[in-house]
Ligand binder design. Structure first.
Ligand code: ZN
Length: 401
């Protein structure tokens, strides 16, 4: 890190300026590191895993719920069929009740007819008795002959016989009706028994349906709870994701030419912001002597690209003593930038380079204790403090970086 060239016209009280610069901005802003990004990414992935686990719980609960919904639907179909059977049965019972009522009426009518016939029969006997046709004593005493008597008896008998036959007929009809009615009653009793069975079945099914519904409700409540958890997890994930995007954007910006703009149209020449050594007088880490440092040392990983801080013409591209592999670019406005200790050089002397064009790669050639970029800004013959051009940036002083 030693730079032997001593500036004749060193303008800035470099260390003092640097101390002020660091104390004012270092806490407010620190460059993003890959480790920071990885940490947030790890947290976000952890949350993703949490979400997946939670989703799995929801899926399992949903599967259980859907199974029970299917079972409940089957029960509902069964209960609908049972209700339909009950309806049909009721209709049949109604029908039988009508038939029984009809038969009861017919029985009543038959009984009335019977009674009427009995009444007529009795009247006829009484009339016969009254007109002497049936008074055996009268018949015997009044009949002029046996044949008279027999004839009178026959006449009375015929009439009585016919009345009796009629009554028998009526009785038979009534009994037939009564039998039919009894038959209907019996059939109806069977239907009522079936009806009771169906009602029990329906009640049982309804109990099962209602307990299925309870289980469904419980599962649904659990699912909702888990969905709330997922919503929380999603919120955490989104937060981490935006944090990650922000960090990544910042990181990308810092690791792209143009990530930090300075005064006079300069951009920061590399993708890191660790200052391992300030410009000015210092104790040299290798020689142990108090020496003047003509630029700043920036901790950059070995092999990372080094960019031209501004467009210009390459005035040197090659070995330069303690600078090791060194590139110098003159920018036409009086400024020259110097990039030292490179592991490789990407340009050649006389070449025009654009701002941000890679001029070489970080290394530790020349007098160094490890890979870093030695960066100078010169004006005329004077060494300026490069950090003074980048007062808008933020840096970490990391002598070991
Ligand atoms: Zn140096």
């Amino acid at each position: 890190m030693r730079c032997l060239k001593r500036g004749k016209n060193f303008i800035f009280p470099v260390l003092l300026a640097a101390v002020i610069l660091f104390s004012s901005v270092s806490d407010a802003f620190a460059a993003v590191t890959q480790a920071q990004i990885d940490e947030v990414k790890r947290k976000r992935d952890q949350v993703s895993e949490e979400k997946m686990a939670q989703q799995q719980v929801i899926d399992e609960l949903s599967a259980q719920r859907d199974d029970i919904i299917d079972q409940k639907m089957a029960l509902e179909q069964k209960v609908a069929i049972t209700r339909e059977q009950i309806n049909l049965n009721n209709q049949e019972i109604d029908l039988y009740e009508d038939m029984i009522a009809e038969k009861a009426e017919e029985v009543d009518e038959a009984r009335a007819r019977e009674e009427e016939q009995l009444r007529r029969y009795r009247m006829r006997i009484r009339a016969m008795e009254e007109n002497g046709q049936l008074d055996l004593f009268v018949l015997l005493s009044e009949s002029e002959s046996i044949s008279d008597l027999l004839s009178a008896l026959d006449d009375a008998g015929d009439i009585m016989q016919s009345d009796r036959a009629l009554e028998d007929q009526y009785i038979a009809a009534r009994r037939a009706h009564e039998e039919k009615q009894a038959e209907y009653e019996e059939y109806k009793a069977g239907l009522v028994a079936i009806q009771e069975m169906l009602s029990d079945e329906r009640d049982q099914l309804e109990i099962e349906i209602s307990s299925s519904q309870q289980v469904i409700d419980q599962l649904q409540a659990q699912i909702s709870e888990n969905e709330d958890l997922i919503a929380e997890i999603n919120a955490r994930w989104s937060e981490l994701d935006s944090e990650l995007t922000e960090l990544q954007d910042q990181y990308d910006a810092e690791h792209t030419p143009g990530g930090l703009w300075g005064a006079e149209g300069f951009i920061w020449p590399c993708g890191t912001y660790y200052i391992t050594s300030f410009a000015g007088t210092r104790i040299h880490p290798v020689t142990g002597q108090s020496k003047y440092h003509s630029g700043i040392d920036i901790g950059v990983p070995q092999g990372d690209p080094i960019w031209a801080a501004a467009a210009g013409t390459v005035t040197m591209a090659g070995w330069n003593g303690n600078y090791g592999n060194c590139v110098m670019v003159t920018h036409g406005n009086g400024y020259t930038t110097v990039y030292g200790h490179l592991s490789g050089i990407a340009v050649s002397s006389g070449q025009y380079v654009n701002m941000g064009q890679t001029v070489g790669y970080c290394g530790s050639t020349g007098l160094t204790t490890g890979p870093h970029l030695h960066f100078e800004i010169r004006e005329g013959g004077a060494f300026l403090n490069p950090l003074a051009f980048f007062s808008g940036g933020s840096f970490d002083y990391a002598p070991d970086a």
